[in-house]
Ligand binder design. Structure first.
Ligand code: GTP
Ligand code: K
Ligand code: MG
Length: 444
């Protein structure tokens, strides 16, 4: 028999109310023994809650959710008690004595998944919604929990199965003289449009993953340009050390913040130059690597003393969409600079607090433009990207074989179906499930 599990569903620590959740075949018996009977399904009832010795632990609201119309699909019960550590500990004791065991991380959601209440992408959406710290993350997670990715992937799977049926139909009648022609009519066009849909989904500039993980903005430039000063101004706190000594910053200093409703990571880096020692050299190496991977680069120059060599080296690292920040306009007028196509120039003085508004506006606009909601749902995890890439590669191989070897095309189409099914969790890939659900918190 399946275990009956329980967990604190609310956050640990002192709180006005704590919620304990129970799921499994013993839920009714446990609720009955603690609350002295079962309330009406899905209606809160105030009850004295008693431990095994008959003593009252607390008075609280109880809820009874008979399966399958519950979150997990099993019989579930909820106890809303006063949120003190001693109350919670006594309730946990009473639930254990009554026959439930503490749940593992993600176990409630995993049971919901196993009872068909959620597919894997919806379960991930639920985890993301619990973790969401910004408006953009909340919106993306809720859409995913509501099945945006599930219906996209299930839709593709259905189209693929129709294509597969057409191809396998041809394999079953190999004598027909007009097989290739028939195939080109029935399978080639839908296969082509499916390939285009997968390509589109992948070519989204990692939007969904960035919404989950944060949009990285790297501050790069020669020593003493004012990168750390600028980081502190944008972060509105003294996150990084600022001195007049060139080579002050060595490690990467990261600040997390919210811009336009999305998570952003500002990364201050070591000044770029021929390093004086191995510590600084490592700092420069990390700075260049971060600049390379970042979603946006802010190249910073000190207008009062930049050299043409520094300028050229920095411009070579900027890409379309990046910005060149001409700092210290309180010391000198910004020079006219020929920048690569698509690079914005923003002149400012961190010290005089002038021109920072234009930079803030540019950053907000860029984040909104790159991460803002589109019609199509975005894949939000590397797991999704890998599976869609795998499906796409199989579809491309199938396209090659279609007119010549329908049976080979069929085998590749099967692989593509499997890749899509691993996405939604239709096929049981145990280690995938373990990985996905272990990332949940206890009580979810
Ligand atoms: N006049 C003036 N000085 C500034 C301005 N911004 C920064 N500074 C000064 O420039 C010096 C270097 O600033 P940092 O922020 O440490 O420069 P950095 O680019 O981080 O330097 P490294 O970490 O050494 O590469 C400090 O003395 C700052 O006070 C500015 O807008 N105007
Ligand atoms: K410095
Ligand atoms: Mg610095």
């Amino acid at each position: 028999m399946t275990d009956t599990i329980f967990a604190l569903a609310s956050a640990p620590g002192r709180a006005g109310v704590a919620v304990l959740r129970v799921s499994g075949p013993r839920a009714a018996a446990i609720l009955g023994s603690l609350a002295g009977g079962l309330p009406e399904p899905r209606r809160a009832a105030l009850r004295a809650l008693r431990g095994a010795d008959g003593g009252v632990i607390d008075r609280g609201l109880v809820l009874w959710f008979p399966g399958p119309a519950s979150f997990t699909g099993e019989d579930c019960a909820e106890f809303h008690v006063h949120g003190g550590p001693a109350v919670i500990a006594a309730m946990a004791d009473a639930l254990s004595v009554a026959g439930a065991r503490p749940a593992e991380a993600g176990e409630f959601t995993r049971r919901a998944f196993e009872h068909g209440k959620l597919d894997l992408t919806e379960a991930e959406g639920l985890a993301d919604l619990v973790d969401a710290e910004t408006e953009g993350q909340r919106a993306q997670a809720l859409a995913q929990l509501d099945g945006a990715l599930k219906s996209l992937y299930e839709g593709w799977r259905e189209e693929l199965i129709a294509i597969l049926a057409a191809v396998e139909g041809e394999i079953d009648f190999p004598d027909e003289a007009d097989v290739p022609e028939a195939l080109s009519h029935t399978a080639a066009a839908p296969l082509e449009s499916l390939i285009a849909a997968l390509e589109d989904h992948l070519a989204d500039d990692r939007r969904g993953e960035r919404v989950r993980e944060g949009f990285v903005i790297a501050l790069i430039g020669p020593p003493n340009a004012g990168k750390s000063s600028l980081l502190n101004a944008l972060a509105r706190r003294e996150a990084a050390i600022v001195t007049e000594i060139p080579g002050t910053t060595r490690d990467i200093v990261e600040v997390r913040q919210v811009r336009a409703g999305f998570p952003v990571i500002l990364a201050d880096t070591a000044g770029l130059r021929e390093a004086a020692d191995i510590v600084e050299a490592e700092g420069v190496r990390r700075a260049l690597a971060r600049a390379q991977d970042a979603d946006l680069r802010l190249g910073v120059l000190d207008v009062s003393r930049e050299t043409s060599h520094e300028r050229a080296a920095l411009l070579a690292r900027l890409r379309p969409g990046d910005a060149l920040v001409l700092n210290k306009t309180d010391l000198a007028a910004p020079p006219q600079i020929d920048v690569p196509e698509g690079v914005r120039v923003i002149a400012l003085s961190v010290k005089a607090a002038e021109g920072l508004d234009a930079l803030e506006a540019f950053l907000d606009e860029t984040v909104l433009d790159r991460l803002g909601r589109r019609e199509a749902p975005a894949l939000s995890r590397a797991r999704h990207r890998r599976a869609v890439e795998e499906a796409l590669a199989a579809l491309e191989r199938a396209r090659e074989q279609l007119g010549r070897h329908p049976e080979l095309a069929g085998a590749d189409l099967h692989l593509a179906v499997r890749a899509l099914e691993s996405l939604t969790g239709r096929i049981d890939v145990e280690d995938v499930l373990d990985r996905v659900f272990s990332q949940f918190c206890i009580g979810k």
